[in-house]
Design a protein. Structure first.
Length: 251
């Protein structure tokens, strides 16, 4: 198990935000991996968070197991698997510095995208877009999920124009990310990141993640989230910039 105090100073808020995201504050969990990457390598950070995500997925899949869109999942899951393989190859073949730079860039783009959406912007695929575009967005979702656990923007670009009912949208999203999180397991095994140390660290953090998931369910009905979201995404831009500085800056 990791014992570095800096790691836990970052891991506690990171895992709480991950739980809040699963509990209803969609998107805020994307900052979790960039935060941890300030203390440890991004690949190790992703491997520690993956078992936590899989544990949280159980709740969402069980709750919406009867509400999902078969066509979307049949198109996007196989293409996401291709993206996951590409993300694995990047992590396996390039330096940790390059992965850090990619993570920093994804973090900034993700946060800017969410801030833009909050102000009425957004780019979505047309409702009658060709299936090839859906497959491409599925691959992009798998790639960003493998590198940064941040696969929602490409997924949403394809799914939101379908005008699914809220239960079907939530269920399809829950099942999609639950499946691709399991697809990521062999990649992290191949990268040698499921060490006893990393798994024990994930086990220590898991109860906090579950508790914060229930806290998110409770809080999302009781507070206005706009300012909270804005603060998180601005912080994510700053963290992403710090990661880019670590990867590309002098020294």
């Amino acid at each position: 198990m990791l014992t570095d105090p800096l790691f836990y100073a970052l891991a506690v808020p990171a895992v709480i935000l991950l739980g809040l995201a699963k509990g209803g504050f969609a998107g805020v969990g994307a900052i979790s991996l960039p935060l941890l990457a300030l203390a440890i390598s991004p690949v190790q950070a992703a491997a520690i968070l993956l078992p936590v995500l899989i544990l949280q997925d159980v709740v969402g899949v069980w709750a919406f197991r009867r509400s999902w869109d078969r066509d979307i999942l049949m198109l996007m899951i196989p293409s996401a698997a291709v993206g996951i393989v590409l993300g694995y190859l990047l992590a396996a073949e390039v330096s940790a510095t390059a992965v850090l730079a990619v993570l920093g860039g994804i973090s900034i783009v993700f946060a800017l995208h969410r801030l833009w959406l909050a102000r009425g912007g957004g780019v979505q695929a047309p409702k009658d877009a060709p299936l090839a575009l859906g497959a491409l967005l599925g691959a992009a979702s798998g790639f960003t999920s493998q590198i940064a656990h941040a696969g929602q923007p490409p997924f949403q670009m394809w799914v939101l124009p379908k005008n699914l009912s809220p239960p079907v949208l939530v269920g399809t999203t829950a099942i999609f990310f639950a499946v691709i999180n399991w697809i990521k397991v062999p990649a992290y095994l191949a990268l040698g990141q499921f060490t006893a140390q990393n798994l024990m660290t994930a086990a220590v953090l898991a109860p906090l993640a579950v508790a914060s998931t229930f806290a998110g369910v409770w809080l999302v009905r009781r507070i206005k989230a706009e300012q909270f979201y804005t603060a998180i995404y601005i912080l994510m831009i700053l963290v992403g910039a710090q990661l880019l500085w670590k990867a590309l800056g002098p020294g």
